[in-house]
Write a protein that binds this ligand. Structure first.
Ligand code: NAD
Length: 395
């Protein structure tokens, strides 16, 4: 695993500090006379953000945090400008003590940026998934990394079920026929199937993967899962009537639909390359709401063009936003959306509240909830990242 981590850019010292923790656990590592500065990088809200105050995650609505942060005597900078190296984020990094970022509009907190932020103590992800932060660099500089674990897992699980149905039933192309004035029933039906009796498998059975399985039970499908680090209890397996697979290959060989719900780390980056896609059944549908880098973009586009993959949907890309010519924007039979599955209005209320809780604990010198911590006291502590080794993600 050391070799695998090195290939992801870990230095020996970074590795050491990740896995051999400093002895003290701290929330706000040391008292400082320096004014706290919280820099929050959020997506642009535009007209929708100005009109709808429930879109808390956008620049206009500032996660609802301004008066709270300022009541703590801290400066609060909110921006959507994140592109390296001349962004507003980069301008404020030298005296930032806290950075808040989001998976939907990720400010990639790279080792270079960490080096430019000598006062940074806390990096908060307003959402779930902290692979956009260089966790090794955070370990080395003793920066706490925290996220609002669980805040949007229902939102994503529902999105996955929607996308599975939409692909299998040929919904989007049929909708397009209706809205463009057509009435070609045969064309709509030529690629439309029932989900019932199909084999559906999840890569990972964490908070999202498990919820996807539960939501699929009433569709009378055959359920499968692969997760090298988690086995459901015999009671749960029985209740779901789900088949466990010891290898990914064994699951891919039998599934008509695959849903990817694993974190991005060295074991999962580029997991679905052309060789792995070739191990899927011909005509498979694949839904990926986990992270774009888990799937090789060109290999997937080629497999769809060749008819090996019947449809691909998801809302995660790399980078985000993706370039205009990203192959998933235009490939046939795609059901892609911008990264919004985890930012429904309900989810935004939850991750904004969780972000406030993390900040409050930090300002008050109280410990953070254990399940929110990704990096603490110089060590990666979240099972999502320690079990599959760890990630630099932010490359
Ligand atoms: P979780 O920590 O509850 O579960 C992760 C699961 O993945 C664990 O059971 C773990 O054992 C498993 N896993 C780790 N490595 C694996 C591998 N190589 N193969 C198969 N399984 C593996 O996380 P969660 O809340 O279910 O979220 C999962 C991921 O979904 C997040 O890390 C994030 O990247 C992504 N996510 C996306 C959105 C969105 O808006 N699209 C929102 C939330 C989370």
């Amino acid at each position: 695993w050391r070799r695998s981590l090195s290939s992801f850019g870990f230095s020996g010292q970074a590795l050491h500090s990740c896995f051999f923790p400093r002895t003290s656990v701290c929330t706000r590592p040391f008292a400082t006379s320096m004014k706290e500065k919280v820099v929050s990088v959020l997506y642009k809200g535009g007209a929708a953000g100005r009109e709808n105050k429930r879109i808390l995650g956008c620049v206009e609505n500032e996660l609802g945090l301004r008066s709270f942060v300022e009541s703590k005597g801290a400066e609060f900078v909110v921006t959507s400008s994140k592109d390296y190296p001349n962004s507003t984020l980069d301008k404020h990094l030298p005296d930032a003590t806290v950075v808040i970022s989001q998976p939907f509009w990720p400010a990639y907190i790279t080792a270079e940026r960490v080096a430019k932020a000598p006062n940074l103590k806390l990096a908060i992800t307003a959402g779930v998934g902290s692979d956009h932060v260089d966790l090794a660099a955070a370990c080395e500089k003793n920066i706490t990394v925290a996220e609002v674990t669980g805040s949007n897992v229902v939102s994503v699980a529902e999105h996955v079920v929607m996308m599975i149905l939409s692909l299998v039933r040929n919904y989007l192309p049929s909708h397009e026929i209706a809205t463009s004035g057509g009435w070609d029933i045969a064309e709509c039906a030529s690629r439309a199937y029932d989900l019932e009796d199909k084999h559906v498998g999840t890569v990972a059975v964490g908070r999202i993967g498990h919820r996807v399985l539960k939501r699929l039970v009433p569709f009378d499908v055959h359920l499968h899962y692969f997760d090298p680090f988690k086995r459901l209890s015999p009671e749960d397996e029985k209740a779901l009537n789900v088949t466990y697979h010891a290898t990914l290959e064994s699951m891919l060989a039998v599934c008509d639909v695959i849903t990817i719900n694993a974190p991005l780390h060295p074991m999962t980056e580029n997991l679905f390359d052309s060789a792995m896609i070739a191990k899927c059944k011909k005509g498979v549908y694949i839904v990926n709401t986990a992270r774009g880098k888990i799937v090789n973009a060109q290999a997937m586009a080629d497999a769809v063009a060749a008819g090996h993959v019947a449809g691909y949907a998801g809302d995660v890309w790399f980078p985000q936003p993706p370039p205009k010519d990203h192959p998933w924007r235009t490939m046939q039979w795609n059901g892609m959306t911008p990264h919004y599955s985890g930012t429904t209005l309900d989810a935004q209320a939850r991750y904004a509240a969780g972000t406030k809780e993390i900040l409050e604990n930090y300002f008050d010198g109280k410990p953070q909830r254990q399940e929110y911590l990704i990096v603490d006291a110089g060590k990666i502590v979240s099972p999502a990242y320690t079990k599959g080794n760890t990630t630099t993600g932010a490359k």
